[in-house]
Design a protein around this ligand. Structure first.
Ligand SMILES: O=C(O)CCC(=O)C(=O)O
Ligand SMILES: [Fe+2]
Length: 201
């Protein structure tokens, strides 16, 4: 067996879902160039959530893109999708090729440095349907990503490299929650594009 082969893409979850880590799917230079371009050109906005009736504004910034003018609700707030840009369509094409899945929307997250992260959640909104496929492309600073099983509490961590692709599918969102832990050592930005399929509005 060739341990260093790019085709060696094991499931990092032991049961109840599939999370396939493909490693870098872009060269480091291309990933850095896309990261710089998106930092400059995306109309970033702080994310909003309503948690236990309280309005929270995140330090992390987001943008949402899609095929149509989708309205997408999560954390009790509704976002409107922007039309794809050329750079985003190039990235979508590459992600669709590797994951062999077609996506119609993308939530993009910007973490300015390691002081920003994302707390435990699963992407199980109604609009994504059951057993949805989410392809997560990382650009910029390498960050740890964690999974935790809802019942057994078993954990799995993975380092998401610059230019890498992680695909979550099967029953992952039903049984596992995930998070991007903060890490004060990290001084550089990271952009994460989560390509998704909205099934109804
Ligand atoms: O930044 C990441 O890698 C995770 C993002 C995420 O979980 C989400 O957008 O739902
Ligand atoms: Fe998520």
């Amino acid at each position: 067996m060739d341990l260093f082969s790019n085709n060696d893409t094991p499931n990092i979850l032991p049961y109840d879902g599939e999370a396939i880590y493909y490693g870098p799917v872009l060269t480091a230079d291309a990933a850095r160039a896309y990261c710089a371009l998106l930092l400059e050109t995306i109309p970033w906005q702080h994310d909003e959530a309503i948690i236990y009736g309280k309005r929270i504004i995140t330090k992390r910034k987001v943008a949402w893109y899609g095929d149509e003018d989708y309205a997408y609700t999560y954390s009790n707030t509704t976002k409107q999708a922007l039309p794809w840009t050329t750079a985003l369509l190039e990235l979508k094409k590459e992600v669709e090729k590797v994951s062999e899945t077609i996506f119609n929307s993308c939530l993009i997250n910007l973490y300015h440095d390691g002081n920003e992260g994302m707390s435990w959640h699963s992407d199980d909104e109604k609009a994504l349907g059951k057993n949805t496929v989410i392809a997560s492309l990382s650009l910029g600073a390498e960050r740890k990503f964690s999974f935790k099983h809802r019942q057994t509490k078993e954990k799995r961590d993975i380092l998401l490299q610059n230019g890498s692709l992680l695909v979550m599918k099967g029953s992952t969102q039903t049984h596992w929650i995930h998070s991007l832990p903060k890490s004060v050592k990290i001084k550089h930005p990271r952009i994460n594009l989560t390509f998704r399929t909205i099934v109804y509005q």
